[in-house]
Design a protein around this ligand. Structure first.
Ligand SMILES: Nc1nc2c(ncn2[C@@H]2O[C@H](COP(=O)(O)OP(=O)(O)OP(=O)(O)O)[C@@H](O)[C@H]2O)c(=O)[nH]1
Ligand SMILES: [Mg+2]
Length: 222
């Protein structure tokens, strides 16, 4: 039996499309963040807090990726910002072609585009979508060994958010061990410890994103 390696060409053509998407977002000076985590880690809860904070002074768009349904979009629409839903149906990640399909729906210039990828620690890391960077979320009940077991995401992410820190007293999760794992994969990674439930730790996230938005507004590529 002959084995045909199709993953490489798929990733190459995806990368080409991601570059085109990126040009479009850059032309609008939109900061695009690809948010990746396991199912239930707190992507929507994180986005909710970030949008609630920034929507007063910045134009925000959320692109919501789910296999099916629009549960998260319905929740985020309460924030009265624009939300575009993508249902991937059989795919466990967003890809650059899916983002390209919704680009014509983007009629306004947005300062911040937050993309909630499909809940998965593996496949979304492999497919660029035209983002400025990836932001990974790991929640404490998932365990502190995840950077060692799913290294690609943490290797490629500029930022990692450790969520559900309010649960630290109840779960076996060492912040020190997790952070060492992230740094091993990516010595430059920026780490935030938060609780999207209580809001603890978000002031630092807001300050970081505020700086990022200002840089992007001046038209610098990252
Ligand atoms: N205790 C605690 N619960 C949290 C926190 N953040 C989110 N949750 C809860 O965790 C569950 C999942 O949160 P979501 O924000 O929906 O997670 P998600 O990653 O968007 O999930 P999917 O979109 O289904 O992959 C919800 O019940 C949240 O209320 C947190 O910081 N602490
Ligand atoms: Mg969600």
């Amino acid at each position: 039996m002959r084995k045909i390696n199709i993953l490489k060409p798929i990733l190459v053509s995806n990368k080409q499309r991601a570059i085109e998407n990126r040009k479009k977002f850059d032309s609008m000076n939109s900061l695009v963040i690809n948010i990746i985590a396991s199912p239930g880690a707190g992507k929507t809860s994180f986005i909710y807090r970030v949008v609630e904070h920034f929507k007063r002074n910045y134009r925000v768009l959320i692109i919501e990726g789910d296999i099916r349904g629009q549960v998260d979009s319905e929740c985020l629409l309460k924030l009265k910002v624009d939300v575009i839903q993508i249902n991937t149906l059989t795919e466990c990640h967003l890809d650059a072609f899916m983002i390209a399909q919704v680009l014509p729906k983007i009629k306004k210039k947005y300062d911040l585009v937050l993309v909630e990828n499909v809940g998965n620690l593996v496949c979304p890391a492999e497919f660029e979508i035209g983002e400025d960077y990836k932001l990974a979320i790991l929640s404490t009940p998932e365990g502190d060994d995840k950077p060692l077991k799913y290294p690609l995401l943490f290797h490629l992410s500029k930022v990692v958010v450790i969520n559900k820190c309010d649960l630290l007293p109840y779960v076996d999760f060492s912040l020190k061990k997790a952070k060492a794992g992230f740094k091993k994969e990516n010595p430059k990674i920026k780490i935030f410890d938060v609780s999207a439930k209580t809001g603890k730790g978000f002031e630092k996230v807001y300050r970081f994103l505020e700086r990022e938005l200002k840089v992007k507004k001046k038209g610098f590529r990252r």
